[in-house]
Design a protein around this ligand. Sequence first.
Ligand code: GTP
Ligand code: ZN
Length: 307
Amino acid sequence: MKGVVIKSTGSWYLVRDADGNLHPCRLRGKFKLKDAKVSNPLAVGDRVMFEREASEENTAIINHIEPRQNYIIRKSTHKTAHSHIIAANLDQALLVVTLVSPRTSFGFIDRFLVTAEAYDIPVTIIYNKIDLYDEEDRRYQEAISGLYSQIGYPGISCSAEKEIGLEAVQAVMQDKTSLVSGHSGVGKSTLINKLVPDLALKTSEISDYSDKGKHTTTFAEMFEVNPNSFIIDTPGIKELGLVDIENNELGHFFPEIRDRMNDCKYYNCRHLNEPGCAVIPAVKAGQIALTRYESYRSILAEEDNRR
Ligand SMILES: Nc1nc2c(ncn2[C@@H]2O[C@H](COP(=O)(O)OP(=O)(O)OP(=O)(O)O)[C@@H](O)[C@H]2O)c(=O)[nH]1
Ligand SMILES: [Zn+2]
């Protein structure tokens, strides 16, 4: 049978078949880790084939993993330790941010976008808590969402709590598997609760299975919004770890820098103070937002420090 992993605990997996039935599964022993730097062979979102074992009543065995279209990892903070695959086969990421209560920083947003670019995952930014806006906040919001949509990250404004604008969120999720991210307190849980019918029921159904496993540490869970649309929630994961980015590659992950860097005089221009740089004049002329350029510089400096 075919299915999708909706929960992974490390030692066993919960797989959803095409009819929506859940199957606790184990991985056939022959699966070795192909990538030695990664600690888990299978993650939420993986498409698998599985079969029931005659001897075991309740557990099925996964015997095939489909190649991944993409995946996101969490890098370990220890240099020697393994990275963890958080989720696989994502169509898009929805980054939930708030301009008030609390205000999401540009640094946080841009870092997330760089990672998503590196993984080639499209991002829509969800501006939540618009019910708290005053006139000034509204203007600010328009400027910020204008800035990001021009670069290629469309925005949706909503209030999860007051149920404003949720149809638009639903529309972008339709027929897709979406990762929902955002820092603590932006309203991810509130939003997911409004979007996923019977969420409490589904959560308890999943945790019924979890109790049977020994290691229940979970990194991500997948929920059905409707038969063709899924959300991947990553409780406890605030940021995606930056992937390894070579020194002069970072510009590739800022679309507005990427568009101009071919005109720089030096092929390895870092767009800091090099002569003949095509990026710096665009920042000065206001064609590239200063906040974006500052994020670029700050990520670059951090990468330098890690070397
Ligand atoms: N005014 C207002 N408050 C909201 C809205 N959405 C969520 N909240 C409130 O914001 C607080 C945080 O919401 P959560 O849904 O718990 O946020 P979260 O992103 O899941 O936070 P973590 O679980 O810490 O990751 C709660 O008190 C919510 O009631 C909104 O649209 N408007
Ligand atoms: Zn340059």
